[in-house]
Write a protein that binds this ligand. Structure first.
Ligand code: SPD
Length: 368
């Protein structure tokens, strides 16, 4: 169970451990390029993952058990991850893409089959995460963690008058806020506020979302597009009043500072599952599969979620999860949340005009 202060732990670990953390101000580009001399030696595992997304002790234990070194570089968005992998130059064994970019990676020939027959603990995966629509038969992916996206605040400084995206997207311009540096999350939130699906491909709906977002980023209160951990730090420091955030990133902070709160806006929000994938260019695929199998062990899986405060897709790990986690409504959306559309999975967009429109909207917002 994770109880040490995450800030303190981050400071201590930054100096002495092999888990690399991205500088929040770097907007999540990878931080460490492993020396080419150690690649493919069967003794070094390289993982490209979302920041603040694993318990460092779990990594240390694996290194000790296997007598290997684990190097972790971090990213803050699927788009940054894809750009780095497609750009070549960095060779990782594993990555943690979200569900909705898995098929993009398959088509780009970035993945090799996970071969779940080689994973003796695969049977621990909860039924709801087996055979997902984004990866029939779990050919390429093992579910890692999941979370909905909410709006967070520091109740010691600001208490929102309602649980609505209106605080950000409405006409008033009194709160200082940050949006995630993540196109599907930001455009998805605007679509939800307007009463549409987060996966809309309707040109008129997307134009309305674009117009809303144009107005939103011109507000005086708009502070930044930020990754989740950066938004959490800005809330703690009082730099913003509200922040769009992956719920797990906020709860990591809330476990230490109970003034941090998060809610799922009443108009609805997004959810996504992050996965472990084996990269096609993996220098050490056998070691990588051993790591994935290790993560599937109930104690290891629970230790990761008890540290990161993200949703856990491992059936056998459920009894080992921190009660704080299980008590979070934002962490465990109900069946009704899904059926009503209050929480909606981000899916891959069908190929064609819609992805280009999303790209254009995002490029315009980022270059404002
Ligand atoms: N710090 C961990 C962030 C995990 C984010 N999950 C995926 C969100 C996809 N939009």
């Amino acid at each position: 169970m994770r109880r040490a202060g995450w800030l303190l732990a981050g400071l201590l670990l930054a100096g002495c451990h092999r888990v690399e953390r991205a500088d929040p101000a770097s907007e999540g580009n990878g931080t460490t390029t492993p020396p080419p001399s150690s690649q493919g030696d069967g003794r070094t595992l390289r993982i490209f993952m979302w920041s603040d997304y694993i318990d460092p002790q779990v990594v240390k234990d694996f290194e000790k058990r296997e007598g290997v070194r684990v190097v972790i570089d971090t990213f803050e968005s699927n788009e940054n991850m894809l750009a780095k992998l497609q750009g070549g130059g960095a060779s990782y064994d594993l990555a943690t893409p979200s569900n909705y970019v898995v098929q993009t990676m398959v088509r780009a020939q970035l993945l090799q089959p996970m071969d779940k027959a080689k994973l003796s603990h695969f049977g621990n995966v909860a039924a709801g995460f087996l055979n997902p629509n984004f990866d029939p038969g779990n050919t390429y992916t093992v579910p890692y963690q999941f979370a909905a996206t909410g709006l967070a605040y520091n109740s010691g400084r600001y208490v929102p008058p309602e649980e609505s995206w209106r605080l950000i997207f409405g006409p008033e311009d009194r709160v200082r806020f940050a949006l995630l540096d993540d196109p599907r999350e930001v455009i998805g939130a605007a679509l939800k506020y307007l009463g549409h699906s987060v996966n809309s491909t309707d040109v008129e709906e997307l134009r309305a979302a674009r117009d809303l977002l144009r107005r939103t980023v011109r507000k005086r209160g708009f502070e930044s597009f930020s990754g989740g951990p950066e938004t959490r730090n800005k809330l703690l420091a009082g730099q913003i009043d509200l922040g769009q955030i992956y719920v797990g990133d906020l709860l990591q902070g809330a476990a230490e500072d109970r003034r941090l709160k998060v809610f799922l806006p009443r108009e609805g929000t997004t959810i996504s599952t992050d996965t472990l994938v084996l990269l096609r260019g993996s220098p050490n695929p056998a070691l990588a599969r051993r790591f994935v199998n290790y993560v599937l062990e109930p104690q290891v899986s629970a230790a990761i979620s008890n540290y990161t405060y993200y949703g856990n897709p491992n059936r056998a790990a459920q009894p080992l999860l921190d009660p704080f986690l299980r008590a979070q409504k934002a962490f465990n959306p109900s069946a009704e949340d899904f059926s009503s559309g209050r929480v909606e999975f981000i899916n891959e967009l069908p190929r064609g005009a819609a992805p280009r429109l999303y790209d254009r909207i995002w490029t315009e917002l980022k270059s404002r």
